[in-house]
Design a protein around this ligand. Sequence first.
Ligand SMILES: NC(=O)c1ccc[n+]([C@@H]2O[C@H](COP(=O)([O-])OP(=O)(O)OC[C@H]3O[C@@H](n4cnc5c(N)ncnc54)[C@H](OP(=O)(O)O)[C@@H]3O)[C@@H](O)[C@H]2O)c1
Length: 393
Amino acid sequence: MAENKPKLEPVLFDKSVKAIDPESVRKVKLPSGVMMPIAAFGTFHSDWAQEYMKDATLEAIRLGWRHIDTARAYENEDVVGEAIKEAIGAGYISSADDLFITGKLWNGHMAKKDVVPALDNTLKALGVDKIDMYLNHWPWPNVHVPGASGDYRNPNAVPYIHEDFMETWGEIVNQKKAGKIVDVGISNHTKVTLDLLLADVDDFSRPVVNQMEMHPLFQQTELRRYMYERGIVCTGYMSLGSPQRPGRDTFKEHRADMFDPRILAIAKEAGVTPARVCLSWAAQRENKTGGYVAMATRSDWIQENLKSATEDILTPEQMLRISGDDTDANPGIDANNRLIWGQVFLWPEALGDWRVLWNDSQVFKTRDGYMKFKESFQRHYKVWQETAVSVPR
Ligand SMILES: NC(=O)c1ccc[n+]([C@@H]2O[C@H](COP(=O)([O-])OP(=O)(O)OC[C@H]3O[C@@H](n4cnc5c(N)ncnc54)[C@H](OP(=O)(O)O)[C@@H]3O)[C@@H](O)[C@H]2O)c1
């Protein structure tokens, strides 16, 4: 988006920045036995950095990142695939097997018939014959046009309908059975939608990761603890507060994690940057059971962002200052500062209120259940329009 676009300085890839030993990066053991590096290099282009993504990914691999977070929706799997090929050519890795690659099924491909072609396209573009982690990107099949502005609405958007989701999920699990996926997970699920899913899966088809927005000013503690108790690994995204996110996801209410005075104070005490504090908090919280996704297009930042996965720099007291302990004496700094409101995914019955996407007030078990709700809603809405002085739209 134009308002976010920084000056196009030459990107600062600097070969004198030293690589981190990938062995020193903390990993979590997934139920499959695979060790997943807790730090994932993000490849979402924030609408402006697309042209740098191949070089940034190559540089990330050179500097020791072994977990790459990709998605069909980022429209750059082929570019990431090229970076992987070049990394092999340059001797940074011996094959793609040295990497842990996360991919995501896009909303527009959630119909049962579309899952296999979507996955096959992803594998082909990345140049691999199986993917380490395949996430369902969003809980509903709602799509927006690429680069959509914040007021874009798709009239065909629907809320979470568990019956439909399970059809998609069944197809994803079939691809795990077929050997094209090693581990399965979800992204942007809430506690209620995760609960419905967990009630309907066996050990083989259980999601092992939920990738969700998480940073010091938006901690999602209840959901994070829920996942911790059930052994579901959290990879937090926008861990730095996503300073260059697209205009459609930027609102005047938002606050910047890296400029928060409490984060700045801890950074000063620890002798590190605010970015490092944000990432270390993600890596250390809930007994070090999760990790983070972070993107950067400069060698020094790419290197720095991996360090939080190699060394715990925050003391328990500093962790407490950020996370709090549910008491008035130690409230922590969470400000419920959600950056991705997801308003472009809103369905008609949400009446434009983005909170409905996240507060689980419109979640349906069956298609019939949703249709009944929709009919009743339309009847009541008509009466509302006919009688009330003002009606939200
Ligand atoms: N599952 C989902 O729905 C979902 C949603 C959003 C994002 N994601 C994933 O999460 C990744 C990260 O999200 P994001 O890129 O929006 O947010 P982010 O990682 O919080 O922020 C990235 C931005 O921070 C800047 N930055 C990076 N390292 C820095 C440092 N050490 N000091 C200061 N600034 C630094 C980068 O600047 P430069 O670019 O100038 O280097 C970049 O613009 C994405 O790339 C994507 O893979 C997933």
